[in-house]
Each structure stands twice: as structure tokens, then as C-alpha cells.
Design a protein around this ligand. Structure first.
Ligand code: ATP
Length: 270
């Protein structure tokens, strides 16, 4: 169980975060909400890279912080892996060197070879990031975040900028990988299709407030002629792609009632 009750107020911007939750261990959870609702700040607080002003975070039996007791476990002592949107790979280290550099000496850590095999990077030991494709860079960033077998893997919009085919392949590969490693995955995403593909639970955030955890299928529950707009179908732009009940439907563009942007609710009539 991951339990937390976190409050933080940014003096400069006046923005406040209030998030509580009791999350099951070993599941894949999406932090979902419009831009600027506090998702990145919440995961930065979980890693320890940002200090919350009030509250606590407990992972299994270990307190990661408790503000009331001024007790804060250092980020490097928290069993957490993180992948940011820009991946932050070291440009002059090879694939194997990046993994060896990240690896800590602990009985639970994977070897460089094991992690390369798990993330389908075998044979690329001596390559530099600039020689890797977008999907391979992604796998390297994930391998680096997973090599010490973290309790929680935090992903902040890690698939942005990848093309659709690469994303689909990653979704297929990552689900079994996450299951095998057994860590809890917390993923910030605006992308309903990505969430339906990878996650089991959704933690909605609105204006800095976290809500109850909702099962993915329930969150994207079908309601009559209503769904989430995913954009036009790249192969046939006469159609729009719409997420309904965790499934992607193709709806004729002309049937859509109002103009919307990606990620918003959309309605249509036949
Ligand atoms: N260092 C800071 N100082 C002051 N205010 C901040 C700081 N960091 C974040 N904020 C405020 O917190 C709000 C939430 O930011 P955050 O990046 O956590 O949102 P988000 O949901 O991850 O957004 P996005 O989806 O666009 O990445 C911002 O609108 C900003 O006003």
C-alpha cells in the first residue's frame, strides 16, 4: 500500500496542492488532469526532489516523509525510479555505461545485462544515445530507472513526441515488463489512449486537488454518443478517433457536434 496525505502551497504563484490516497502496491496508476493541475509537482514531492509543507507519504511500511516530525528520507534512499519527458540521458555515455552508472550495489538490483535484455536493448551496449531511435532511447531511460528494482516508477509524460507506431509497440512491451518487475507505476499523462493501454487505475487531479482512485474502464465509461477526442485518424482524416469506455472508436468527422481539442469531451450525432 502507498498511502499519502500531501499539502503544498507555492507562495510565488499562489497555487495549492492537496492530495490524499491509499493506492494498491504493484499497480499501474495514471495521474490524469488538465495542464497545470499539480501532477508533476505531486510526483516531484514523491521522489523527494521537492519538499511538501504538510503531510506524509508511506510506501509499504516505510515512511518516505512526515512533515509533522520533520522526517524526510533523502531522494537517493527512496526506492524510486523516474523518467522525465526529456529523458535526461547522458550524451557521452554508452548504453551500458549509463546503466552501470545508475546501478547501486543492492541485492535487489538487476545486472546491466539483465536490464538490457528485459528492455530489449541487447546488442546496443556500445551505442551512444544519438545513435538510438526514439523508442530505443525511451527503453534506455526506462532501463536506467528500473535497474535498482524500485518500489515506485514515476513517469512524467514519457511518450510525448514518439510516433504512433513506436508508442503502440512500447505499450505492448511495457505492460509485461512492469508486471515482471512488480513495481507500482505512476504515470502522468494527458493521453486517454495511452492510459487505457497501460494503466489499471486513474487518479484524477483538478485544480491541485487529487480525487478518488477510479478503475480505468469505469473512468472512460461509455455514455451515449460521448467520449474523449483523440484527434483525427492519421490514416483517414475523414474520421476522428474517440475514446469510449477504454476503447478507441472511429467517428465520421461530420457527425461531431462541436469543435474540440485533443483530450476534451466530444459529442456526436449520427
Ligand atoms: N516552483 C514553482 N513555484 C511556483 N509555482 C509553481 C512552481 N512549480 C509549479 N508551480 C505552480 O503549480 C501549478 C501546477 O504545476 P505542475 O507542473 O505540477 O502541473 P501539471 O499538472 O504537471 O501541468 P502539465 O500537465 O502542464 O505539466 C502551476 O500552474 C504553477 O502555477
Amino acid at each position: 500500500m502507498i498511502s499519502f496525505d500531501i499539502q503544498h502551497h507555492f507562495k510565488k504563484s499562489g497555487f495549492s496542492i492537496a492530495a490524499q490516497g491509499k493506492w494498491p502496491q504493484g499497480k499501474r496508476i495514471a495521474l490524469y488532469g488538465p495542464s497545470g493541475t499539480g501532477k508533476t509537482s505531486l510526483i516531484l514531492i514523491m521522489t523527494g526532489l521537492m519538499k511538501a509543507q504538510h503531510g506524509y507519504l508511506k510506501v509499504k511500511d516505510q515512511l518516505w516523509f512526515d512533515c509533522a516530525k520533520n522526517n524526510h528520507l533523502k531522494p537517493q534512499k527512496r526506492k524510486v525510479g523516474m523518467v522525465f519527458q526529456d529523458l535526461a540521458l547522458f550524451p557521452n555515455m554508452t548504453v551500458a555505461e549509463q546503466l552501470a552508472f545508475a546501478r547501486q550495489d543492492s541485492s535487489k538490483s538487476y545486472t546491466v545485462g539483465q536490464m538490457m535484455a528485459l528492455c530489449q536493448l541487447s546488442g546496443m551496449e556500445k551505442m551512444l544515445p544519438e545513435q538510438l531511435s526514439g523508442g530505443q532511447k525511451q527503453r534506455l531511460a526506462l532501463a536506467r530507472a528500473l535497474i535498482n528494482a524500485p518500489e515506485i516508477l514515476l513517469l512524467d509524460e514519457p511518450f510525448n513526441g514518439l510516433d504512433q507506431g513506436v508508442k503502440q509497440q512500447l505499450y505492448r512491451d511495457l505492460k509485461p515488463l512492469f508486471q515482471q518487475i512488480g513495481c507500482t507505476v505512476v504515470m502522468v499523462s494527458h493521453d486517454a489512449e495511452e492510459i487505457a493501454n497501460l494503466c489499471e487505475w486513474v487518479y484524477p487531479m483538478k485544480a491541485g486537488k487529487g480525487e478518488e482512485l477510479v478503475a480505468v474502464d469505469e473512468f472512460f465509461q461509455p455514455s451515449e454518443n460521448r467520449g474523449i477526442f483523440l484527434g483525427l485518424d492519421a490514416d483517414d482524416p475523414v474520421y476522428a478517433k474517440v475514446m469510449v469506455g477504454g476503447k478507441v472508436l472511429r467517428i465520421k468527422r461530420e457527425a461531431i457536434i462541436e469543435k474540440v481539442t485533443i483530450g476534451e469531451d466530444v459529442r456526436w450525432q449520427w
